[in-house]
Design a protein around this ligand. Structure first.
Ligand code: ZN
Length: 330
């Protein structure tokens, strides 16, 4: 019998070339000031990339091991059944931070049906971004401008003018953007965001700004598969902005077939979970303590935790005022 409690994990850092220093300077992570850090994976079960438990009786265990050995307790009954239907049988969601010092490539992800036909089969990828910080003039590209059809997009990719086909908007802290599978998108330089996504490996790169990779060659594009994956009915993406954030109540930022995302602003304790579903939490402002957390330090800005379904209701206590995201399965 495992005494289930909130799980805290060691972050996994990705040093892609487009990254910067904001994970250190904004989120206060103990990172090399001379390094380039693009992503911090907070909750992940993704091949060799595994969240490892930091404290408590499960210290040192990977999320994959917990899913395989204790899936029903971790995921809850509905989550367990959903996971059994996945080609990869992995933990279904992934939580990460992204620091874009450069523009990311223009890309698209397949939906579940198309991904299931890949070799090997995969999960589709719908994702959501919540903007933490945005430098003046930083943009997000999301969705095609009205009227852009497959021939027009294919021609623009061919001519290196793909970005002209995309809707773009200036990002603001607090923006939340749901990016359904099939929507072309790119995170523009100067944005620090939280990403919640289906745990999928499949990205089709349509355009890479005519850049060269670290080896001096252009990175591979996946134009045909990408065009097949684009859902031309989707149109421009729109951030949820100016959403009223109730004090001590949740605001729903995104809801899709893969996850439901809420933002909380707490000045008093609140009970989370207790409905046989797991929760992923990450703190945007302030600090939060979770009852039963074996790690003797509160979740500070950028800190994340996983509440296993079997942990039951967990009381979250803000230190002053805490703003955080809560994600669960629909
Ligand atoms: Zn993406």
């Amino acid at each position: 019998m495992i005494p289930w409690h909130p799980l805290r994990f060691r972050p996994l850092y990705k040093q892609y070339l487009w990254g910067g220093q904001k994970l250190r300077t904004v989120l206060d992570r103990p990172l090399d000031p001379n390094g380039v850090f693009a992503e911090s994976w907070e909750v992940c079960d993704h091949g060799a990339d595994q969240s490892v438990v930091l404290a408590g009786p499960l210290t040192g265990r990977t999320l994959r091991e917990l899913v395989v050995e204790h899936g029903r307790e971790l995921l809850g009954d509905a989550g367990w059944r959903a996971r059994q239907a996945l080609p990869s049988r992995r933990f279904p969601l992934l939580l990460k931070y992204l620091d874009a010092r450069q523009d990311l490539s223009l890309q698209v992800h397949p939906n579940d049906a198309m991904a299931a036909r890949l070799d090997p089969p995969d999960l589709g990828k719908t994702e959501a971004w919540v903007v933490l910080e945005s430098e003046p003039g930083s943009v997000i590209y999301a969705g095609l401008k009205p009227g852009v059809d497959r021939p027009a997009l294919a021609k623009a990719i061919d001519e290196g003018t793909c970005a002209d086909c995309l809707h773009q908007f200036e990002a603001q802290p607090g923006d939340c953007l749901l990016i359904p599978a099939g929507m072309v998108h790119s995170l523009g330089r100067g944005n620090l965001v939280v990403e919640i996504q289906q745990s999928s490996d499949t990205t089709f790169r349509l355009f890479d700004w005519n850049r060269l990779g670290p080896d001096g060659k252009p990175r591979a594009l996946h134009v045909q598969q990408g065009l097949d994956a684009v859902d031309f009915r989707l149109g421009p993406g729109a951030a949820r902005r100016g959403l009223v954030q109730p004090e001590n109540g949740p605001a729903e930022l995104a809801r899709c077939h893969a996850f439901v995302l809420h933002r909380h602003a707490l000045t008093v304790p609140r009970v989370l979970g207790g409905d046989d579903r797991f929760r992923m939490l990450t703190v945007l402002e302030g600090a939060l303590t979770l009852d039963g957390d074996p790690l003797d330090e509160p979740l500070a800005r950028g800190g994340s935790a996983l509440l296993p379904a079997a942990a039951g209701p967990v009381r979250a206590l803000p230190r002053g005022r805490a703003v955080f995201l809560e994600t669960h399965l629909p």
